[in-house]
Design a protein around this ligand. Structure first.
Ligand code: SF4
Length: 386
């Protein structure tokens, strides 16, 4: 099922760990950007490869798309509905920064047809929020969850980060406990990565902050899986957990290699085997659209070898794993012959059709999946298949 992603690259302030494309918001910049976005949507009027698809999801990400007011979002949604085929029960998600919403705004988001919110909470601890340079307070984060429920949202996702400098296992447990007390339908939980050229990287380099020890991060990750499982959440992707029936439909499109159309500055699109991406610069984006041209920065046609690797990487992220029968059919090959060496290195010498398990992999019912230990070294495992 295909999906549409719309990038809104404005933020109130830069978080210390963030290396996404985002800029400080001003009313004039937002107005111009929304006009450009509408132009980009209209350019697709003649693109039959996208017009013929029936889209199951619309996802507003960023940046901070909840900076927009409901009328602005409504106009974009209506234009998309007019120009593409959208399923009547489509999942329409908005990423929300707690600082940007109040009761009225959340009520109006619900009224314009947004049916899923993803709230960037990141932590319920004020010191941790300060280290992350998040703009919102703990009380604002809690208020936004409560107000979202009052507004009518029955599909709420919360985002968290563990492994924040100075965070102890007990601190992380407190975050988890409070998170599940709100019974969110979905949780996205990421280990903090220190990306180059971020404020966080600078503070680590100067010795002001000390990164969390690897062993502690491993404990936090395993604790998260076990605690959330006990509380009724399926761990369905390496960083994602959902109550039954509430997996993110949109994110599953990415992990299943299904087509998605990305709109807005820096957005990526994929219609197998072609991937292309928009210019990550507001002026460049504007100039292309002023000339009625797609604001594309690059295009790549994936070779069969690249497609195989993507299948493996994305399949191993999912708890259900990689469907090797589908892989064999799609690429007209035998997975076990082709990847005999990495499988051996990962403790799988011979697959006879019966369930087989090593420290890192489980092979069962046509699926190859990672064990919990395997998830801890996901990057290293993927590297073996390249
Ligand atoms: S709100 Fe999100 S996109 Fe904006 S700076 Fe923070 S992490 Fe980055």
């Amino acid at each position: 099922m295909p999906g549409i992603y719309i990038h809104i690259p404005f933020c109130l302030q830069k978080c210390s760990y963030c290396d996404f494309y985002s800029v400080k918001s001003t009313d004039a910049a937002i107005q111009r950007y929304l006009l450009d976005l509408k132009k980009e949507i209209l350019l697709y009027q003649d693109e039959s490869e996208w017009r013929e698809l029936k889209f199951q999801t619309i996802y507003f990400g960023g940046g901070t798309p909840s900076i927009l007011d409901p009328v602005q979002l409504f106009e974009i949604i209506q234009l998309i509905i007019k120009n593409f085929q959208i399923e009547s029960n489509a999942e329409i998600t908005l990423e929300v920064n707690p600082e940007t919403v109040n009761a009225e705004k959340l009520h109006n988001f619900y009224q314009i047809g947004i049916n899923r919110l993803n709230l960037g909470i990141q932590s319920f601890d004020k010191n941790e929020l300060r280290i992350l340079n998040r703009i919102h307070s703990v009380s604002k984060a809690i208020e936004s969850i409560e107000l979202a429920r009052i507004a009518g949202f029955t599909n709420l996702g919360l985002d968290f980060i563990f492994g924040i400098p100075g965070q102890r296992l007990a601190d992380w447990r407190k975050n988890l406990n409070l998170a599940v007390s709100f019974r969110p339908e979905h949780l996205s939980i990421y280990g903090l990565t220190i990306e180059p050229r971020t404020l966080l990287a600078k503070k680590v380099a100067s010795g002001e902050l000390i990164p969390s020890p690897e062993e502690l991060e491993r404990q936090m990750f395993l604790e998260t899986i076990h605690f959330l499982r006990e509380n009724g959440y399926e761990h369905y992707e390496i960083s994602n957990y959902a109550r039954p029936g509430f997996r993110s439909q949109h994110n599953q499109i990415y992990w299943r290699e299904e087509p998605y159309l990305g709109l807005g500055a820096s957005a990526h699109s994929f219609n197998p085997p072609v991937r292309y991406w928009n210019v990550a610069n507001l002026n460049g984006y504007h100039e292309s659209l002023m000339q009625n041209q797609f604001p594309r920065k690059g295009t790549e046609i994936l070779t069969p070898e690249q497609q195989k690797i993507e299948w493996i990487f994305l399949g191993l992220r999912r708890r259900e794993g990689l469907d090797f029968m589908a892989f064999n059919q799609r690429f007209n090959c035998d997975f076990f012959t082709e990847y005999r060496t990495p499988l051996k290195q990962l403790g799988i010498n011979n697959f006879t059709g019966q369930k087989i398990e090593s420290e890192y992999l489980v092979i069962e019912n046509e699926y190859i999946k990672l064990t919990e230990t395997g998830f801890l070294v996901y990057d290293e495992i993927c590297a073996k298949f390249v």
